[in-house]
Design a protein. Sequence first.
Lengths: 223, 268
Amino acid sequence: MVGPFAGFKWLALFANWKVFAEGFLTTLLASSLSLCLALVLGIIFGVLGSTHFKFPKAINRVYVEFIQNTPLVIQVFFLFNGLPHMGIMLPVLAVGVLGVGIYHGAYIAEVIRAGIQSIHRGQMEAALSQGFNYVGAMRYIILPQAARVVLPPLANQAVNLIKNTSVMALIAGGDLMYRADSWSSETLHYGPTYVVVGLLYLSLCFPLANLVRYLEKRAEVSA
Amino acid sequence: MKKVSLIGLVLLLMLSLVLVGCSSTPATTQSKEPADLKAIKDRGVLKVGVKIDVPKFGYKDPKTNQIDGFEIDLARAIAKKILGDEKKIDLQAVTAKTRGPLLDSGEIDLVAATFTITEERKQTYNFSDPYFVDYVGLLVKKDAKIAGLKDLNGKKIGVAQSATSKKAIQEAADKLGIKVEFLEFATYPEIKAALDSGRVQCFSVDKSILFGYLDDSTVILPDNFTSQNYGLASKKGNDALAKLINDTVNEMKSNGELDKLITKWGLK
């Protein structure tokens, strides 16, 4: 009787630790790059969505609704296999970063929009009456206040983003999940593989999740 | 005279080995039937994991919703052996990724899904003797002007996860002194999509599987790489089942039924 967690499978796994180390680094790289992209997109589109002008608002709606209401898997699959038919061949890491970054950008845009709208209207009016233009009022008055409100949900998005980089496994992205699928299906040692890989994702996400809790606590105290 | 006694001695030795072998098997097998076979009989149905995306081996026809193929016929033969009725099978679609876990959890009794036998895999599952030998092949775009493996230097090759084709092609490439890169995908349609979009320049899995993906724009190269022996896999511990499966495969081999099935499905 050989169970899924037999001892020799663990030994084989640790002998091949480099496979997983490479995947871990790729996941780390893809996560940090797509987090940067998602933050930039989220802030731009979040601010657009919170204005009272129709056109920027419409742009925000199209982006957010389109991205939020289609599966990430399809978006990434399109970037990987669809774009080459139009003559655009992006490297696989770029596909992962763009796919996950754009996807979470939409969610972050909603978080930011809600944050900005939670700041009382009077703040903007007061800033404008003090001679700030709209961008200045946003930059110096509204966003710093909104930041405190949005930090916890933002960190939550970061946790989700890290986990969602595993979508790269579908497109041979070389990330942690891809290495796990590849190695475990070749050797059939799936038991230890997914336990170890799960723990590696946990080691990335758990500190962030703790940060969320800390930020939430701090926001409660100061509010 | 001496020769005869020598042969006698050898025979005696073999007999004793057989006896030792018998005595080491659990006593329960003599009194009643083994638990693994009994469980299947009590259930009244044999649960088999098969492919549904490999034409001729295991393929679900979208028009009729029926799963059919060479491996399904094999599974029926096993069911007939155990339950006396070849219709008493419960087919479940498996992929390279799910067949192992499904066996371990007992969701399925056996896997008949183009499962290549390797030494490493034998440590984890019971495999029958091979029922089919296939070769790793290469499918490329017609207009790519690729005539053989050596033209794939510096190119990307799409392979299936868990497939042994990666190792086979790598060894052949090393011999030729060329460099190739492998991209692994979970399913065959994904590899085909990657070939069509130009993400990979070559689709490499077992030839019998490749034939299902041949179309007007693609061609299968004549090269054959390392032979792939397909075996029926069952869970370690269900050793009576494994023996019965193996006996059935060998019986079908010797009485020509296996060849008949291979001809029936046009696999030779």
